[in-house]
Design a protein around this ligand. Structure first.
Ligand SMILES: [Zn+2]
Length: 339
């Protein structure tokens, strides 16, 4: 009875360990995820990328998680960080390169469409006034999801925007959600794609309920339609190739500019593609390692040397795999990795 309770508390502790790594970044669509009832956290593996870990479960399934401490320390979340200034970047608009590329979603990041709909008002000048985003029909009170994983920079009532939430993403992009009737996040919160950040509304300079959605890079707005096809709700690119002229305040999205991509693929794009490939290979290696792993639940009478014989390994290897000493006392119910 007491031993059963002990084993349960050990498992609870181990699950907390896995959960602390997952933070708010657990959502992902690419890697296999399995968390069936009874699945227990087994181990955490490095992938070669310090920001990415693999969490293994004792039924051989695994998932990728971002290490929140590494993500949070990234300079993208500390430099030009201002919780009230809509554009804290002091960058001249022409400092943005003519061509560059960003991962919008990679193996670990996900995307949720803010609203699959025909946009009501487009990017560009409108009645002589600059319109830096796109307006999506949005009945008051409709939950608004974050489009990508990131950290909330602004959650405030700001002039014509009304209730505004600005989220900064790891690739440096920011997304703006304006005219909200309610804000459900605070500056500094970490959100995953799909997390509800507030409710649609008509606050600020607005003639009726809608979501004003902006996408910006270093403070410069570009038509969100370059990134998202709102009518189908799909993301147009995983690797987003950006041209400097997208930031022209009157430049709306146009189709078919991607045709020249293969010819003009830059060194940077090659590097990014190679990085993504390396990440996938690390994932495959981790999966192979996960499949080869074996665990033993300590029973009364078990000893390290006995387990080494039983699993055709050595005491030293079991100690290495579990980070314990050869003199460590085994607890009944303790799970030891033996391979
Ligand atoms: Zn608008």
């Amino acid at each position: 009875m007491a031993l059963g309770t002990l084993a349960l508390s050990v498992m609870a502790q181990e699950n907390r360990e896995a959960d602390s790594l997952r933070h708010h970044f657990g959502r992902q669509q690419v890697a296999p995820v399995s968390r069936q009832p009874g699945t227990q956290y087994a181990d955490t593996l490095d992938t070669g990328n310090p920001g990415v870990k693999v969490v293994l479960y004792n039924n051989g399934t695994y998932r990728y998680v971002k290490d929140p401490s590494v993500v949070a320390a990234d300079s993208v979340f500390t430099e030009c960080w201002d919780t009230s200034n809509v554009n804290p970047y002091r960058e001249a608009p022409d400092a943005i390169p003519d061509r560059f590329s960003l991962w919008v979603v990679d193996t670990l990041d996900s995307y949720v469409c803010p609203n699959q709909t025909r946009p009501r008002s487009l990017f560009g000048y409108r009645h002589g006034r600059r319109h830096q985003g796109i307006d999506l029909p949005y009945p008051t009170g409709t939950p608004v999801p974050a489009a990508f994983d990131g950290k909330v920079r602004i959650s405030d009532y700001i002039g014509g925007y009304g209730n505004l939430v600005v989220i900064r993403h790891a690739n440096g992009l920011e997304t703006f959600y304006a005219h909200l009737s309610r804000r459900d996040v605070n500056s500094g919160d970490w959100v995953s794609a799909g997390d509800i950040i507030g409710l649609g509304g008509s606050t600020g300079r607005s003639t009726g309920p809608h979501l004003h959605f902006e996408t910006r890079y270093k403070g410069a707005a570009f038509d969100p339609s370059w990134l998202i096809d709102f009518e189908t709700g799909t993301l147009r690119h995983r690797l987003f190739k950006i041209r400097g002229w997208y930031f022209n305040p009157n430049q709306r999205y146009v189709q078919n500019v991607d045709d020249e991509d293969e010819i003009f693929r830059t060194d940077e794009e090659d590097r990014l593609l190679a990085e993504e490939q390396a990440k996938k290979e690390a994932a495959a290696r981790a999966a192979a390692e996960a499949a080869a792993m074996k665990y033993h639940k300590v029973r009364s009478g078990d000893t390290l040397s006995g387990l080494a014989r039983k699993y055709h390994t050595s005491v030293r290897e079991i100690c290495r795999l579990n980070g314990i000493k050869e003199t460590s006392i085994l607890r009944i119910g303790q799970r030891l990795r033996v391979r």
